[in-house]
Design a binder for this molecule. Structure first.
Ligand code: HEC
Ligand code: HEC
Length: 216
């Protein structure tokens, strides 16, 4: 095929694909708003309650794996001290409302959302505390997979970490270190996270939670 014709055809294909993506995102928004997700993860996945994960702008592929693992019961975690049930239980309980296609659409919708503003911590962390977190992140070798400042994961299967809630980050790191969370590609983290003590986990989480991805 002549190059100009090929370019025209592929240009048209792209043009034709855009409305389809927009439709998927709209349908995903409907799933998000009607299947109770918004109650726990907040508007557009930006402002979750308590120590739940923010989802806005998270990697689509990563989220889809997690959703499937949560639905099938592969992702387990520590119990919520308030309810006595695993944190993930509330999600497991509503998973009968969504099918595989809903999960695909909702992951697309969430990945397309702006990560939003960071949640300030009270008390505000000191510069020394933030620097200790940045130093631990680098020296432990987290950059290799989660990128600089947790805002550039090196593959689409790896999650963004910057701007997630501190308590959520602490819980996930601790659960992976203690091999409670073992689903998906968690294994890739075991070698690195086992070197982190509780103080380092807290420092890294404090620092990551205060990184604004929109400022990058
Ligand atoms: C009752 C509260 C609740 C509801 C409702 C809920 N979630 Fe969750 N979700 C959670 C909690 C808590 C976690 C983290 C579980 C853990 O700590 O292991 C989570 C984890 C996730 C994750 C993995 C995030 C990550 O960074 O690993 C995704 C994606 C997700 N939820 C999407 C959804 C979608 C989509 C819906 C609606 C179909 C939904 N959730 C409904 C509470 C909820
Ligand atoms: C070799 C690659 C690799 C390294 C190094 C690594 N991670 Fe991960 N990390 C992953 C993968 C892959 C996942 C997703 C696991 C899954 O599929 O469930 C993950 C998940 C996480 C999560 C959970 C995010 C969420 O939304 O639930 C946190 C927090 C995290 N990593 C922090 C760290 C920190 C801090 C370090 C350094 C101490 C680190 N990781 C080192 C690959 C890595």
């Amino acid at each position: 095929m002549r190059p100009i014709l090929a370019a025209l055809i592929s240009g048209f294909a792209l043009f034709a694909a855009l409305p389809a993506l927009a439709d998927d995102i709209k349908d995903g928004e409907k799933v998000y708003k009607t299947k109770t997700c918004v109650a726990c993860h907040g508007p557009r996945g930006q402002r979750p309650i308590q120590s739940y994960p923010a989802l806005a702008g998270q990697n689509e592929k990563y989220m889809l794996t997690q959703l499937k693992d949560i639905k099938s019961g592969k992702r387990i975690g520590s119990p919520d001290p308030v309810t006595g049930h695993p944190f993930v239980q509330g999600m497991v309980d509503i998973m009968h409302l969504v099918d595989d296609n809903d999960l695909k659409l909702v992951a697309k919708y969430l990945a397309a959302q702006d990560p939003g503003k960071i949640k300030p911590l009270d008390p505000v962390p000191t510069t020394e505390e933030l620097d200790a977190g940045a130093a631990a992140y680098k020296s432990l070798g987290c950059t290799a997979c989660h990128g600089k400042d947790g805002s550039k994961p090196t593959t689409k299967n790896y999650p963004f970490l910057a701007g997630l809630q501190r308590d959520y980050l602490v819980r996930q790191m601790t659960e992976m270190r203690d091999k409670v969370r073992v689903n998906g590609q968690s294994k890739l983290m075991f070698g690195t996270i086992k070197k982190a003590d509780d103080d380092q986990i807290m420092a890294v989480a404090t620092w990551l939670s205060q990184i604004d991805r929109n400022a990058k």
